[in-house]
Design a protein around this ligand. Structure first.
Ligand SMILES: Cc1cc2nc3c(=O)[nH]c(=O)nc-3n(C[C@H](O)[C@H](O)[C@H](O)COP(=O)(O)OP(=O)(O)OC[C@H]3O[C@@H](n4cnc5c(N)ncnc54)[C@H](O)[C@@H]3O)c2cc1C
Length: 300
């Protein structure tokens, strides 16, 4: 029998956008930068750093990939002008990686130059495994242009520990996350216990090798584990930050992290592609529907 999550995931695409909007709204900071910047400013005022992402992925058309590239470049200048504490995260297939590596390289090159000129930071998100190697190549390229560049490594992938060890040799700034796509058991851990164990291992390895670690998770017991290890090992506060997705309830944990003097960054997505984005996420991983349902019924 299909689970409730699967039923919700398969029903949402049949509904009109206005009806689906409330499902996406807690997690999306509007359709334009003008809307998103209000949320960012309010987060900054509360002491949170932010990273912004224009929703969208798997662009197949060069004209569109280049327009999005320009939009990202403009964002860097707008962030500077608005004096926001905000950097930028980009999905490589949004700027052409699903067209060709050459197309994405050329576009990422422009974005890196804008990041450099505005003295800001660029992070490349990690998508599903057919794009892992190419994304790491993009990362190396961008890092040559602008050292303030980071990558994402997924704890469910068996390969990630080797990636940490290899990339750490040249100074690594990595966001560690569990991984959101469905991957085969030949390349990825499938159960949460193994993923959490590998997550913890990746964080310890990266921090022990003096890399910068963006600890991206909403898993409170995993956060307990990492926080204790950080305190026991006297890891310097400028070597890591905590990251969460905009709108995900954290039971007061973010404020307590701030009170301890830790940096907390909120990932703020915006854009007109919120509908397709939300549906694709749901199709790839119907268990996300569970979060949506929980969010609908949670006490405000
Ligand atoms: C800042 C940030 C950036 C990310 N970037 C990437 C990336 O580049 N590539 C990639 O593959 N994945 C990315 N992810 C997603 C990540 O891989 C996980 O799929 C996601 O964070 C859920 O795992 P978790 O560690 O929060 O633990 P879980 O055990 O899955 O979640 C812990 C609890 O948090 C809540 N929760 C988790 N996610 C959500 C949600 N979306 N909405 C509502 N509640 C939720 C649930 O209540 C859950 O019980 C990112 C996550 C974050 C926080």
């Amino acid at each position: 029998m299909p689970s409730l999550n699967k039923i919700v995931a398969s029903t949402l695409p049949l509904l009109p956008r206005w009806l689906v909007r409330p499902f996406a709204s807690p997690y999306v900071a509007g359709e334009s930068f003008d809307e998103a910047k209000k949320h960012i400013r309010s987060l900054n005022e509360k002491g949170f750093k932010t990273t912004i992402d224009i929703l969208g992925e798997h662009v197949k058309d060069k004209v569109q990939a280049r327009a999005i590239t320009q939009h990202y470049c403009d964002l860097y200048y707008a962030i500077k002008e608005e004096q926001l504490d905000c950097n930028v995260s980009i999905k490589p297939t949004h700027i052409g990686l699903d067209i060709s590596l050459a197309e994405a390289m050329a576009n990422a090159h422009h974005i890196s130059l804008a990041a450099k000129e505005t003295e800001n930071f660029l992070r490349l998100d990690m998508e599903n495994s057919p794009f892992t190697d190419a994304t790491l190549e993009l990362y190396q390229h961008c890092k040559q242009i602008h050292t303030k560049t980071g990558i994402v490594l997924q704890a469910y992938l068996h390969r990630s520990i080797d990636d940490v060890n290899r990339l750490s040799r040249s100074g690594l700034n990595a966001r560690i996350c569990k991984g959101i796509y469905r991957e085969s058991e030949t390349i990825a851990y499938q159960n949460d216990v193994d993923i959490v164990e590998n997550y913890f291992r990746l964080v310890k390895t990266l921090l022990s090798q003096s890399g910068f670690c963006a600890i991206a998770t909403h898993d409170l017991s995993l956060l307990d584990l990492i926080e204790s290890w950080i305190e026991e090992n006297d890891i310097s506060k400028d070597q890591f930050e905590f990251q969460v997705l905009y709108g995900v309830p954290m039971k007061g944990r973010l404020v307590s992290l701030l009170n301890k003097g830790y940096a907390v960054r909120i990932y703020v997505p915006f854009g007109s592609a919120w509908f397709d984005y939300s549906l694709r996420r749901l199709k790839e991983n119907p268990s996300i529907a569970g979060y949506v349902i929980k969010n609908l019924f949670k006490q405000k």
